[in-house]
Structure formats: C-alpha cells, structure tokens
Design a binder for this molecule. Sequence first.
Ligand code: CMC
Length: 428
Amino acid sequence: MTKSAKLTIGEKVIDLPIHSPTLGPDVLDIRKLYAEADVFTYDPGFTSTAACESTITYIDGDKGELLYRGYPIEQLAERSHYLEVCYLLLYGELPNAAQAADFEYRITRHTMLHEQIHYFFRGFRRDSHPMATMVGVVGAMSAFYHDSLDINDPWQREVAAIRMIAKLPTIAAMAYKYSIGQPFNYPQNHLDYAGNFLHMCFAVPAESYTVNPVLAKAMDRIMMLHADHEQNASTSTVRLAGSSGANPFACIAAGIACLWGPAHGGANQACLEMLREIGTVDRIPEYIRRAKDKDDPFRLMGFGHRVYKNFDPRAKVMKESADDVLGLLGIENNPTLQVAKELERIALEDEYFVSKKLYPNVDFYSGIILDAMGFPTSMFTPIFAISRTVGWISQWKEMIGDPTQKIGRPRQLYKGEKTRDYVDLRHR
Ligand code: CMC
C-alpha cells in the first residue's frame, strides 16, 4: 500500500506521498506542494531534505555505517582497493577479473595530460595553493578535451569519467611540484594508482625513487575512504552545476571549489595546522575551553560531522592506517601526534563533546598520515579531491541518466524590502 501524509494549511488538506527507501527513513514527497498549496518549505542547510534519488552510497549516521553500493566500508578497506571501488561506484557492481583488468587498463592509459596543459600551469604564481591551481586546471580541461563534452552522448560521458579519474592525480602532483619549484614527473603506468601518485609527488630526476608498499597501501586506503559520501556539500554542488547541462569538467571544478572550505575537505589541512598551533599537550585545555565558548568562533577541527552522530566509520579504519604508517616510519612519538592522541582522549571524555556527539572524523587521522608521508598541509585537500572525483562523477552520471532530473532551483524565504520606487541621487 502506498503511504501518504496529510498536511493541513488553513482550510486545505494536502495529501503528500511517502516513499520508502531501501534503507533509511521514509521520504515525504513535496514536489506538488507549491502547485497545490502555494507554500514553499524552508530548510537551510538541507538538514531534512532529500534532493535526489540515488543508489550509490548509504550512510546511517546513528549507527556509524557507510555503504558503497551496499558494501560496508570496513570490508572494502580490508579486502578491496581503490580502482576496484571506483568501478563499483561507477557501474554498481564489483568487477569480475576481465572487467577489472579492462578498467585498470583504460584508467592507466589516460593518466597523461595534454602537453599544452604544462604551459597552462606556468601561468600560476608559484605560491598558489594547490587547490586554487586544481580548480583552474580541472575547469580548463574542457578547453583541452573537446571530444568528451557532449553530456547527451553516453560514450563521451564515459570517456570524461575515465579521463578525470585517471588525470586528477597527475594534476594534483603537478600542482605540488610547481609550488615547490621542482620539475613535473610524468605518470609511470607500471605502478598502481596510489603508488604512481606518490611517485609523481616525491620522485626527482636526480635520484631513483622506490615506492614504499606500506605507504602506497595507506594512500590507497585514504582514497577508498574518501571516494564517495552521499549528498555532501561538494557532491551536491556537482549535481547542481550539472543540472544546468554544464560539461563534466566544469562540474568537477565546481566540486573541487566547494571541497576546499574548512568545514568540508579543507578540514584535514585545518586540523593539522590546529594540532601544530596547540603545539604541546599542556595547551590542550585552553583550546578545549575555546571550542566550548559560544562567543569564540573556534572549533576543534577534525571533530564532528553533519551525519555521523555515533562515530565516523572511516575514522576507525584511518586510525589503524595511522598506526601502520607511523610505526613504519618510527615517528609514533612526534609532538603533533602526542597532541592529537591527548586531544582525542580528552574530547572523547568531555561532557560537551560527548553530549553533542562530536567524535573525531576521518580528517582527524588522515592529516596525521599525510604529514608523516611527507606531504605539506596544502596537499591534504587536493588528495581528498583526487579521491572524491570518482564519487562526484558517479553521482553526476546517475543524475544525467535520471529521467526525472530537472535544473536545480531552490526557492527562498524573502525578508527584503517590499516594492519601492527608485529615488534620484540628488534626493538620497
Ligand atoms: N568543535 C566544537 N564545537 C562543535 C564542533 C567542533 N568541531 N562541531 C560542532 N560543534 C558544536 C556546534 O557549536 C553546535 O553547538 P550548539 O548546538 O551549542 O550551537 C553543535 O556542535 C552542532 O554543530 P553544527 O554546526 O550545527 O553541526 P553541523 O552538522 O552543521 O556541522 C561540521 C558539522 C562538520 C561542519 C562541524 O562539526 C564542524 O565544523 N567540524 C569541524 C570541521 C571538520 O572537521 N569538518 C570535516 C567533516 S568530515 C569531512 C567531510 O565530510 O568533509
């Protein structure tokens, strides 16, 4: 039986259909509300609004559960690898051996950038933040790859998807090399996805560089854990940009711009900078006090999440990786890490954080790992962007294929002036 809800507005009674999802709470369908009742709904921050139907990722914030196409993130982190997860997100099922080999071949053959893009890089200041460079270069891809811009052609959509997944690591590594004044490294197709990225970032022509398998595995995990996260701010940005028919490169550039903010992907950089600013364990109480102070805008970066109100399942896996990497590098006792461990302990016991369900999120640990690997904080968010590209693309492809898709156009609660007449300058 189809469920519905009744909404009474004055004399009018409106019947609103209720949809039952595979998992999660029921969804009230208000699409006809304005036409039938002449009212809008008001939901800043979309805390109660489902903006689309999706089959890709599911989060249960109360249970601390994250599923990609139904598979728990813990199982994928333990048994899968990033490119397999990319296939899963893009096509809906885990690949068989032939499909996996074909997909990896296609990704690997698209890792190089059009040579002209090297000159484009040179237009940026050396001290540009790599995210600024990435927004520009990814947006500019639509000026270089004209044969994959037609969003109505499924083959071109596919080629654009493969291109972006393959080329984002190359772009991020070039942004990094450019910022430190070193020559660009071309991709090495004999390396796996994560290993190739490490090579492009850390190899220099004057020396040979061997990818450490423990670090490559940790990088692969970071990528898997960040690959998709349902309708978060940057994904919603990609969908909104795409809803107008914008080309896929422009949409992903919009997603990268949104990800940069410190409340979203920029949190991993902000978190490590905060740990360094705290500096020593004895200064932690001061920062805890500031985080609780309503008149102080300071927040403990790396804590809290809009959806997870139990724990962030990605943080648990990331914490294990942090132990592996720091153990391997023999830096378990560096001061930043000591501050991180003590901050985590205090916050998990503190009434303010416990009552507001503010747990360490994925960014709390990913920054510590990336720092240990030798990345500057400015590269943390670009690495998130590489990882999330497959999620953005999968969601974008899903949206384009949805027959009910419309241009995104929220309404507003207008609180401005009523109609008034223009006043000439001399009378103001
Ligand atoms: N430190 C101190 N207090 C906090 C924090 C924090 N990190 N996060 C939330 N609060 C408080 C907040 O002040 C509010 O208190 P009150 O109810 O008394 O006004 C309450 O907790 C609820 O906060 P909110 O801002 O309404 O929650 P939200 O769901 O809108 O925000 C968040 C979620 C992630 C933006 C926020 O927790 C935050 O700013 N965290 C720090 C930034 C961060 O680590 N972001 C990475 C998120 S994970 C990666 C990703 O998905 O991008």
